[in-house]
Structures are given as C-alpha cells and as structure tokens.
Design a binder for this molecule. Structure first.
Ligand code: PLP
Length: 390
C-alpha cells in the first residue's frame, strides 16, 4: 500500500533544529569532535533543588492519575506570584493561567482554536518555526512579517497589505526574540496592541526568554502594557530559566477567553501535564530566583567572552541584551548555509544558518551560547586559524 501524507505535512518546511541535530550526530558517529552552537538547549543540568522536589512528588499516588484541565492550583498560583513579583502583573490563577506541556505545545495548538481554513496568521520571520508550522498544520495561511535590523527586528505593520490584514485572526510576536535576540520595549507593544485592537487580531506573545538577560536589563512582559489583556495572551516556559527543556512544562497567561479556546482544544488532544512535574515546577518558580541569577551570571560571562573573541576575528557583532543567542552577519561572499557548512567543515563547529528561520534571515547565522567557556575557547582556537575578513 502506498502511504500518502496529508497535503499540510508536505507543505511544512523541514524542522531546522531536528535537521541540525541529525547532521551533528552523523559527524559525531564518525568520531569528529563537534562544538555545537546549534540548538538553544541549556547545557547545564536541572538543579538539585528541583530534582529533590520531583523525587518526593513522584511518590504521591494522586499524581499518578490523569492531570486533566488547566493545571494544579499550586502551579497556577505560583505562576501568578511569579508574574506579580517579576513583572508586577496581577493574574487570576483560576481563569488567566493554564499549564502547558512546554510552551511549544500551546503555540502549536492555539491556531486550532481560532483559525478557520484560509484564515491568516501573521508570523514574524526570521522566527521560531512553531508559529508558521502550527498555522500550516491547522489549515490556516501564513503571512510572514519580515523582521529587519534597521527596525530593531520589529515588524512594520504598515507594510502588511489591507486585504491581508482583513483576513488575519492571529499575530505572533516574540521578545526577547529568537533568533535575533531583539528585546521589544513598551512603545513596540503599544503599537502592536493598537494594531491588534483596530483590526480584531488576537495577539500571541511568546516570552520564553524573559529571564535570560544581561547587564541587569530586565525585559518586560507584554502583559505589563495597558490594553494587552483585551487582545492577547503570553506564552512562557520553564525550559530555559531552570534548565528544564526535557521536562516539558510551560504556561499561557492573559485573556481568559483566548485561554478558554486553547483549553477546549487541549481537553480534546491531551490530558494535561504530569502533576508531579507541575508541583515541581511550582517549587522551581517559588525558590528558583537565585538559581536563575546564577545562570544569568554564567551566560553573562559567556556572552562577554564570545563577543570579545568574535570581534577579534573581525565580526561586527552586537551583544544581545537578552536570550542566549548571538545573531550576526556572515562574511561577504557567503550565504548563510554556505557559511554554516564552512564552519562545520573547517572547524567542526555547528551554528544555525539564519535562512532556516525565514528568508529575511539570509546573510545571518545564529550562535546559541549553550556551550561552556572552555569549549568556546576551543572553538575560537579552531576559528583563529581562518582569515574570515580581508
Ligand atoms: N519559544 C521560543 C522563541 C523558543 O525558542 C522555544 C524553544 O526553543 C520555545 C518557545 C519552546 O519552548 P518550550 O516548548 O520548551 O517551552
């Protein structure tokens, strides 16, 4: 029998991080010592205080049942406390917070709740691939909003044609941004909220990286901005802040009717987040501020070391204000993919080619600073043998 995939599956671009991981593993199997700046997955382990909590939580028989619904009270209340403490945003844990199996899960499902076939989702590009994939899989249409350096990688709403705007139901935004590391300010969010209100578009803000910042410049939550809750929601994640990518835990906060829509989809698709993980995540949020601070100082040292060494090699690189990404132009004469391949061939270094995040990423590469300083030193030793610029 011939197995035929749905058209939507054929329309999906290859998932760039999975492709990179495959290539890396192939080379490693050949015995090559790869230094990977590819995928944004923290290299440090989940801290002990979180592991200890999980060891106890996992023994509770009541947690061995289906964890249906919006999440444990203790988890939702801790999300609300975290938002109050960190952003001075008050949330009703009963109606304005919902647990997710990682924020990617929620981002992937939210379009199902709001797009009818042919409706448009406005997706930033370069951007985290889940926004467009979610739209394509759920039979919506993607309109890409280019993020340009001259506009601090914020979309230009005036460039979206009126006939596109009128068919748009959802807009995705992401700050601190993956891959550009751009951090949006209040006036950016005000622009987005006004645009969303005027055109009846649901605003979905992805805030996975708000806790990975440098020089003590704290990125803001979209929900700090007046009017945000009328039009939108924010997705957040414990993955990056507490080195918990493998645990699959995140949440959505904000407009309760939007959350209700996602909840209905999730009720039909999954049965919630393992309760032991939710309880542990609550403790991570309650007791994890000093751990997050410790991680920030590690990333700060890495960022400073990395930027200094890149500049020594001749790259004109802007230090990120937040996120653990460095987004930089490739040397003249190379495309993004050519330069990524060049680094792999000549230095056994993995980076992500910018065009993998969308056509406006052409001419850039992304480094994830999820590599120890010692390994970074080695990477720069390898690169110092090459003359990148005349
Ligand atoms: N949003 C952005 C911008 C990301 O880069 C990622 C992961 O890399 C996610 C969301 C998903 O995070 P998670 O599903 O682990 O919460």
């Amino acid at each position: 029998m011939e197995i035929k995939y749905a058209n939507t599956l054929c329309d999906l671009p290859p998932y760039i991080f999975a492709e990179i991981d495959k290539k890396k593993k192939e080379l490693q199997e050949k015995g090559i010592d790869i230094i990977s700046f590819g995928v944004g997955d923290p290299d440090e382990p989940t801290p002990d205080f979180i592991l200890k909590t999980m060891k106890l939580a996992i023994k509770k028989p009541e947690y061995h049942k289906y964890p249906f619904g919006k999440g444990l009270k203790i988890f939702r209340e801790e999300v609300a406390s975290f938002y109050k403490r960190r952003f001075n945003v008050s949330l009703d844990p009963n109606s304005e917070v919902h647990a997710l199996i990682g924020s990617k899960e929620g981002l992937a499902h939210i379009t199902l709740a709001f797009l009818n076939p042919g409706d448009i989702a406005l997706c930033p590009e370069p951007g985290y691939p889940a926004y467009a994939s979610s739209t394509i899989i759920n039979k919506g249409k993607v309109f890409y909003m280019p993020l340009k350096e001259e506009n601090h990688f914020f979309p230009d709403f005036d460039k979206i044609p009126a006939e596109i705007v009128s068919k748009s139901k959802i807009m995705f935004l992401n700050s601190p941004n993956n891959p550009t590391a751009s951090v949006y300010k209040e006036e950016d969010f005000v622009k987005a909220i006004n645009f969303a209100k005027k055109n009846n578009i649901i605003l979905v803000h992805d805030a996975a990286y708000t806790e990975m910042y440098y020089d003590n410049k704290k990125p803001m939550s979209f929900l700090e901005v007046e009017g945000s809750r009328e039009v939108g929601v924010e997705f957040h994640s414990l993955s990056k802040t507490y080195n918990m990518t493998g645990w699959r835990i995140g949440f959505i906060v904000g407009n309760k009717d939007i959350i209700k829509g996602l909840e209905k989809i999730k009720d039909n698709f999954d049965s919630g987040v393992f309760s032991a993980i939710q309880e542990t995540a609550a403790v991570a949020m309650r007791e994890g501020d000093s751990f997050a601070e410790k991680m920030r100082s590690i990333y700060q040292k890495r960022r400073d070391f990395f930027i200094k060494n890149m500049r020594n090699l001749g790259f004109k690189v802007t230090p990120p204000e937040a996120s653990f990404y460095v987004w930089t132009k490739v040397p003249e004469g190379f495309s993004s993919s050519e330069f990524a391949e060049f680094l792999l061939d000549k230095c056994a270094i993995v980076v992500t080619p910018g065009n993998g995040f969308g056509p406006s990423g052409e001419g850039y590469i992304r480094f994830a600073l999820t590599v120890s300083e010692k390994r970074m030193e080695e990477a720069f030793e390898r690169m110092s043998a090459i003359k990148f610029f005349e």
